[in-house]
Design a protein around this ligand. Structure first.
Ligand code: CA
Length: 451
C-alpha cells in the first residue's frame, strides 16, 4: 500500500509541476518535464535505517537542504516511508527558485503602482458573479449549512464568504504539490523556519491518516484545499464532517466548510452578532476616535454615532466596537465588532475581513454600503505613500517602516498630524495630506498647517 501511494504521488506531483514548469523559463537547474508523464523507475527497496538516498533534484542547493532536512525528519521520529514520499520527487519551482523570485522579493516597490482603494479591492468579492454564486450555494447546500451552524455556531454566510474569497467556492484550489511547494519555500530561504515546520506538520497529518499523500495539493504558498489551510491550521482544525474517515478539505465540501467553521468557532466567533455595522456620525465629529480602540456601544451612542438606517443598534449582545473609516471621513463608516477580528485570524488584513463580512451579507441580499464610496478621491501611488510615511516619521509621527502600505500605524500617525494641525483627523492618505505633511504645494490644507 505504501509503495503504491508513493508511486501515485510521483505521478501526481509530476503532473502538478508540469503546468507550473511549462510557464516558467527553463533554466539549467530545471529538470525536463515534457510530454506524457512516465512512471518512476522502480528502485531497490530503501534500507531500513540510515539516511535515505535520493535521486538528484536538479538543484544542488535543494539536494543539500534535502539531505539535512531528511535526516532531521527521521531523527524527529517521522515515518521513513512518509519522509521519502514527501522528499523523493521534489524539484525546483520557478516561482520560488527561478528569476521570478527577484520580482516577488521587491514586492510593492513599483513606482507606477497605485495603492488600491477599498472600493477597488471589493470589486471581485462584491461582484455579480461572486454574489450570485454565493447566494446559490447557500440555497443548494442549505442542509449542510444547517448542520454546520448547529455544530459549530458559525453563521452560514461567514463560512460561505470565506469559501468564496479563498477558492471561488472550491473552483480554484491550486495545482501544486504541497510538500514540493514547502520544500521550495524552505530552500529559497526567507521563510525556511516556517516552511520546515509546516512540512513536518504535514508529515504528521499523513502519519495520522487524516489525509492521503496524493491529496496534498496546494496553492503556490502551501495553503491547501477549498478553504486554503496551511498544514498547521489543518492539523489543529480540520474535521471529517461527512464521516468517511478522511479530513478531505480538497474533495469534500462538507469537510472543507466544517473545517473552516471549526477554525472560526475556535477563534471565538459569536453566532448572530454583527461583524460590523455601517453608521452615521454628527457634523464636526472628532474622527480621531477612529483610533482602533474598542469602546462600549453606549459610548459611541453618547458621541452621536448611530446606525446608518436609523433606529437603535441591534447587536445581539455584542457590546464593544471600534470605529473604522475604510475610505476616510467622506466614505462609509463602520463600527467593527468582535467577529471582524475573528475573520482577521484567517487573513490579517482589514480589507480581507471587510470583504468577508460584506460579501457574506450580499449573499443574503443585504448589499452595502448605503453611503457611496468617495471614488473621486485619487489614490496615492505606492511611492507617494512612502513619501507620506517618511514625512510623518521625520515630523515625529511614528508611521513605522517606510513600505508604501498605508496600514493602521500609518493611519494613526497621520491622524496625529491632522489633529495637531486642526485638520479632519480621519487618517486617510490623500494628495492633499501628502502635500500638507511633506510641505510641498501651496494648497489651503498646507497653509492650515502653519501656526
Ligand atoms: Ca471526510
Amino acid at each position: 500500500m505504501a509503495r503504491l501511494a508513493v508511486e501515485r504521488s510521483h505521478v501526481l506531483a509530476a503532473a502538478a509541476l508540469a503546468g507550473v514548469l511549462a510557464s516558467c523559463a527553463a533554466g539549467p537547474q530545471t529538470p525536463p518535464v515534457t510530454g506524457p508523464v512516465t512512471p518512476p523507475v522502480v528502485q531497490q527497496p530503501p534500507a531500513e535505517t540510515g539516511p535515505i538516498s535520493y535521486k538528484p533534484s536538479g538543484n544542488k542547493e535543494m539536494d543539500a537542504w534535502r539531505t539535512d532536512f531528511s535526516a532531521r525528519a527521521l531523527a524527529a521520529g517521522h515515518d521513513r516511508t512518509v519522509v521519502e514520499s514527501f522528499l523523493g520527487n521534489i524539484s525546483p519551482i520557478g516561482l520560488w527558485l527561478g528569476s521570478e523570485v527577484q520580482a516577488a522579493a521587491t514586492g510593492v516597490g513599483d513606482q507606477a503602482e497605485f495603492a488600491k482603494p477599498i472600493w477597488d479591492y471589493l470589486k471581485v468579492p462584491m461582484g455579480n458573479s461572486r454574489v450570485s454564486t454565493g447566494s446559490a450555494k447557500l440555497q443548494e447546500l442549505a442542509g449542510l449549512f444547517d448542520s454546520i451552524e448547529a455544530t459549530y455556531g458559525v453563521d452560514r454566510q461567514a463560512v460561505a464568504a470565506i469559501w468564496g474569497m479563498e477558492t471561488s467556492f472550491g473552483a480554484v484550489i491550486g495545482n501544486f504539490d504541497a510538500p514540493n511547494t514547502l520544500a521550495n519555500m524552505a530552500v529559497e530561504g526567507r521563510r525556511r523556519g516556517l516552511a520546515e515546520s509546516e512540512l513536518l506538520t504535514l508529515m504528521k497529518v499523513v502519519e495520522r491518516g487524516d489525509a492521503k499523500r496524493e491529496h496534498l495539493i496546494s496553492g503556490w504558498a502551501g495553503a491547501m484545499g477549498q478553504t486554503q489551510f496551511m498544514p498547521s491550521t489543518y492539523l489543529a482544525y480540520a474535521v471529517d464532517f461527512d464521516g468517511d474517515g478522511e479530513k478531505d478539505v480538497w474533495n469534500s465540501t462538507a469537510d472543507a466548510l466544517a473545517s473552516a467553521a471549526n477554525y472560526l468557532s475556535s477563534s471565538g466567533y459569536a453566532k448572530g452578532q454583527p461583524w460590523g455595522l455601517e453608521v452615521n456620525v454628527p457634523p464636526n465629529f472628532d474622527y480621531s476616535l477612529a483610533d482602533g480602540q474598542d469602546r462600549r456601544l453606549e459610548t459611541w451612542t453618547a458621541v452621536g454615532v448611530a446606525p446608518v438606517g436609523g433606529g437603535p443598534f441591534e447587536t445581539n449582545g455584542a457590546d464593544f466596537a471600534e470605529l473604522w473609516l475604510p475610505a476616510g471621513a467622506e466614505g462609509p463608516k463602520y463600527l467593527l465588532f468582535h467577529n471582524f477580528s475573528v475573520f482577521k485570524k484567517y487573513n490579517n488584513a482589514d480589507s480581507y475581513a471587510f470583504a468577508v463580512g460584506m460579501s457574506g451579507e450580499a449573499f443574503l441580499g443585504k448589499a452595502g454600503p448605503m453611503t457611496p464610496w468617495p471614488t473621486h478621491i485619487q489614490p496615492l501611488t505606492v511611492a507617494d505613500i512612502k513619501l507620506l510615511q517618511a514625512g510623518l516619521n521625520s515630523r515625529g509621527y511614528d508611521a513605522g517602516t517606510v513600505d508604501g502600505i498605508a496600514g493602521r500605524r500609518t493611519k494613526t500617525a497621520l491622524q496625529g498630524f491632522q489633529k495637531d494641525n486642526g485638520l479632519v483627523a480621519d487618517g486617510y492618505p490623500t494628495k492633499a495630506m501628502l502635500s500638507a505633511v511633506t510641505g510641498q504645494g501651496s494648497s489651503s490644507v498646507a497653509a492650515a498647517t502653519v501656526d
